[in-house]
Design a binder for this molecule. Structure first.
Ligand code: 13P
Ligand code: SF4
Length: 338
């Protein structure tokens, strides 16, 4: 890849912080790293999967697959590569391993937690199960393998409403995202689906920062504004939005909007960057919230992982956890097809 080609892709990315702005000079440095990565990746037959929230130079420069967590979990099954480098957060790497126990899954990021996944342990779920014996336990994909192993069905932000309404049991424990759970309650009510939902207390520290007042303020300032948000946002924000969906669904929705509509996209700003590059004539206004966990992935640590895979963080799961977590994820695929 030539620096000029990269600069052309990234020049229209103009979010709030210097992390999201590109000059020809830094594209020269980035292009050099990108070329080294792409050569080594081919030579070593490695696939790179990247979530939409990582830095755009990863998405545009080296990723074989880029998308939301549901899409990436499917991509992990599709690829023929025996080694996967997962530029995202740890629970996503674990999901890839659960679905591909024979593949090697390496995590390049240096701080790949997640405020949601870290909010509950498998042991806590087991205790809750004693308390809520006749409930079906539904976990968001943003959970550790231990938590998935203790739950019945997994969901992602792209299919949560459909799956919960397809579950025959009316009593559901939904964890760990309290705000997504509240949005889910509202959606089910709109659809006339009666479910008794017990929620946990987890939140995404990136999405919970968005405030309904911000939406009102930008609406007043920008005529014809379309507001798009992730279901991890506060219900007050979701209610004021024109569209609520997963990262992949928000991409598709924004691509379908008329060119003149200004857009307020309330999610991690990697997605803003991706769209600003793809749709340079659109007007994206407003805020930029970074996820420190996703942003701990870099071209430098991807290159290092390729050079010395033995020293990289590798996802390892014991067979009992892996088998039980796989059943929980496979139930998601089953309920999603109904
Ligand atoms: P998606 O499931 O939309 O990819 O979101 C994952 C995530 O971590 C959102 O904060
Ligand atoms: Fe977790 Fe929020 Fe970061 Fe997504 S954006 S990985 S939910 S902390």
């Amino acid at each position: 890849m030539q620096a000029a080609e990269l600069y052309n892709k990234l020049r229209s990315v103009q979010n709030g912080t210097v992390l999201c702005q590109y000059s020809m000079e830094n594209c020269e440095k980035l292009a050099d790293l990108i070329n080294q990565i792409n050569e080594l990746k081919k030579e070593k037959k490695v696939a790179i999967l990247a979530h939409s929230y990582v830095a755009p130079e990863i998405t545009f420069g080296v990723a074989d697959y880029s998308g939301d967590s549901y899409q990436l979990s499917k991509n992990a099954m599709e690829t023929n590569a025996q080694t996967i480098i997962f530029a995202a957060v740890e629970f996503m790497g674990e999901t890839a391993k659960i679905l591909n126990p024979d593949k090697r899954v390496l995590i390049p990021g240096t701080n790949t937690g997640c405020s949601l996944a870290d909010s509950i342990t498998g042991e806590q779920v087991k205790k809750l199960k004693e308390q809520y014996k006749d409930h079906t336990f539904v976990c968001y994909i943003n959970t550790t393998a231990d938590v998935k192993a203790a739950c019945d069905v997994c969901v992602t932000s792209s299919n949560v409403t459909k799956i919960v309404s397809n579950i025959p049991n009316d009593k559901i424990v939904f964890l760990p995202d309290k705000l997504m759970g509240e949005n889910l309650k509202n959606e089910l009510e709109k659809m006339g689906v009666k479910k008794e939902l017990v929620l946990h207390t987890g939140t995404c520290y990136v999405h919970e920062q968005y405030d309904p007042d911000l939406v009102e303020y930008f609406r007043i300032q920008n005529k014809g504004l379309r507001v798009v948000c992730h279901p991890e946002c506060h219900p007050g924000v979701a209610m004021l939005s024109d569209y609520v969906g997963s990262t992949g669904q928000m991409l598709d929705y924004i691509r379908s909007l008329p060119e003149e509509s200004p857009i307020l996209l309330l999610t991690e700003c990697g997605l803003n960057a991706r769209l600003q590059s793809e749709l340079p004539n659109r007007r994206f206004i407003g805020s930029c919230n970074l996820c420190k966990y996703m942003k701990s992935n870099s071209l430098e640590n991807i290159l290092q992982t390729l050079k010395e895979p033995g020293k990289a963080k590798e996802v390892k799961l014991n067979t009992t956890v892996l088998t039980a977590a796989k059943r929980c994820i496979e139930n998601m695929f089953i309920y999603n097809e109904r």
